[in-house]
Design a protein around this ligand. Sequence first.
Ligand code: CO
Length: 433
Amino acid sequence: MTQQYVQHLLDFIDKSPSPWHTVDSIEKAIQTFGFTQLDESSKWQLQAGGRYYVVRDDSSIILFVIGNRVPAESGFRIVGAHTDSPGFRIRPNGATVSDGMARLGVEIYGGPILATFTDRDLSLAGRISFFDSGKKLSHRLVRFDKPILRLPNLAIHMNRGVNEDGLKLHKQNELPLLFAQLASEQLPKPYFLELLAQVAGIDAAQLLSWDLAVYDTQKGAFWGANQEFYADSQIDNLASCHAALQALLDKTVLESAQRTLVCAFFDHEEIGSESHIGAGGSFLTDVLQRIDMATATEREDHARALAQSFLISADMAHAYQPNFPAAYDADHRVYVNQGPVIKSNANRRYSSESVSIARFIQWCEEVGVPHQRYSHRSDLPCGSTIGPIASAKLGIRGVDVGCPMWAMHSVRESAGVLDHEYMIRVLKRFFSD
Ligand code: CO
């Protein structure tokens, strides 16, 4: 049963090779649940009990269910997560050739573990903009299904120190991805544009611009003697998006929502959230304000709604890896398959504080979900999430939680099977509170 939740997650990740695809997968997943898409440039007519979603720039999405009690009387219950993962993005004039070998230049997006991208069956996914046949500007998702890219390692015979010094890759010179062997008369850029146009189903001449992410074509898998673990790319943070979505789409949650429930999934977390679609932008504030405008009777209702709201920032946590005990604070080891992790940081890299932590513990206990506490080593810089950003912007209380996982920001991350179901269960409880 718990394996089914993870299998469903692995299928979701497979359909979501880029943040633009993730939002598309979410839109497809909610199709039969009666959600109406709202356009930010149109007038909104919201009904009590109504289910809605808003997409901003194709890679951030906010879903909400209007509760039976207006927000001014009951507040918002918000789960936030991010749609992006660290990796590579293709440069605009990236295609080059030398010695007949065509390569694609990349920029590093966020903080991936670069070495994990070597020797993988990589490919490309993202979106393109083009002129359609009537010269109208159009946009479309694109995905190469086959592996078309690779970053082959240097043989150990040419890099004798690799096992002692670690694999170091020069970010400018050593990351371009190999993608084709060209004849002398073939030029790399038109060759690449032709490929891209072909997979998009248009002529290369129509193509104007693109956002392309590199992804690993290997599908997710269960592993471990009892298949108690799973591995895939983008577990950080598609596992949290998936858990929040599953909780929201629960029949009882949807049908008996008292408070207004919100899932806010943002792009650009891995690069600091400062964009018009990121958690540091106006997206969530704008949406909550408009929900309040549609349901309020007094000017102070928006402030009243926020004062009663709660944010769960769901993002993955660092599970204990027994080969590296020194990397962890000895008193804050968290283990896979032992429940959601509550993350604390005195310098507010996480939004959690004692009151919000206590609330989360209460919700866990009410549904029999174990929980663990994490605090990062003081001599290592701590990561952050959308939690403190969104909580500060809205002026609402928040808690940072997430399932424990190994190898965060590797192209092949892994985690425990039980934790995913635990997280769905506690988020369901949060939404029914
Ligand atoms: Co993350």
